[in-house]
Design a binder for this molecule. Structure first.
Ligand SMILES: [Zn+2]
Length: 310
């Protein structure tokens, strides 16, 4: 059975080969760079394919000037609608009514559900998050909003405890030390990657959102970002080891640049990073140019709409 796994990394672009500012140039990432024969995930590598893995610099501007932002960028990924063009601007971080309208109209979770494909959004949220949302203190970001519109209930500490959800930073350590859940399981990044594969088993489309990359970019925290990319690399090692490459399309994608240039707190105008992996990924990789290309790609892969050989 064909399945799409989506690891969303907020705020990761393809930037310069400068280890002083770009954690992707500084960190040893054996899994990620190993996929590409040791080439770094930077602008100089460019669009690059090796076997079943494809590095794709992805246009986050979508024809609209300015620095790409999360609400419109994520909405474009989650719907296939050119959200910045619709709004006439890049907008974020959280969706306003204009962006929610786009997510209501064409969100991928709801569309797949309507087509009979089960989906999963595996992030768990702590109780304080739900309390803040319910008090009106916090707006849902685009991914949980779209997941809810697709009939999914957001996962809680109960699912964390029952090993039916994952933490946004993979290990769950922060749930114990910062969020006040001393009993939740803690994983190594590798174990969390394998766990993502397990949690995807009942569904055709599974999504995990990792937002720490964007935060680290806003803090210009190069050392923290290097550690974070090592966790991401470990997570991918565990996932790629567990995953059935034959029938799976793994999408690792971002909404805009940020952390790849720790010389600035702002989002960058670099292309967003996309990595596609899987035995049938070749023709599909050719279809990705921009953020609004993902939704059609996901539906096409699940429906075995075979692309012409490239
Ligand atoms: Zn940001």
């Amino acid at each position: 059975m064909r399945r799409v796994l989506f690891l969303f990394l907020d705020g990761v672009g393809l930037g310069r080969d400068d280890p002083q500012t770009n954690p992707l140039a500084a960190a040893a990432l054996p899994t990620l760079t190993g996929l590409f024969g040791g080439k770094p995930l930077t602008a100089s590598t460019g669009r690059y394919s090796r076997g079943d893995a494809h590095l794709i610099p992805t246009d986050a501007h979508l024809g609209v000037q300015g620095r790409p932002q999360s609400a419109t960028g994520q909405a474009a990924i989650l719907t296939g609608v050119n959200a910045p063009a619709r709004l006439g601007e890049h907008y974020g971080p959280r969706p306003d009514q204009r962006v929610r309208d786009i997510l209501d109209e064409a969100g991928i979770f709801a569309r797949l559900q309507a087509a009979g494909h089960a989906t999963a959004f595996v992030n768990a949220y702590p109780q304080r998050y739900f309390d803040a949302v319910n008090r009106g203190k916090r707006l849902l970001s685009a991914v949980p909003y779209a997941a809810r519109r697709g009939g999914l209930r957001l996962r809680t500490w109960k699912e964390m405890q029952a090993r039916q959800a994952l933490s946004a930073n993979f290990t769950g350590q922060g749930w114990r030390t910062q969020l006040g859940y001393p009993d939740v399981p803690v994983y190594t990044p590798q174990e969390a990657g394998a766990q993502f594969w397990r949690l995807a088993q009942p569904v055709r489309f599974a999504f995990l959102e990792h937002w720490q990359t964007d935060i680290l970019g806003h803090y210009r925290d190069l050392r923290g970002a290097i550690k974070d990319f090592k966790r991401i690399d470990g997570f991918l090692a565990g996932l790629l080891d567990a995953m059935d490459w034959q029938d799976t399309l793994l999408v690792v994608a971002s909404d805009h640049g940020n952390v790849e240039d720790c010389s600035t707190r702002k989002h960058t105008e670099n292309p967003a990073m996309t990595v596609l992996i899987g035995a049938h990924s070749d023709g599909y990789a050719q279809r990705i140019r921009r953020l609004d290309d993902f939704a059609a790609l996901i539906a096409g892969f699940l429906n075995e709409d075979i692309p012409p050989p490239s």
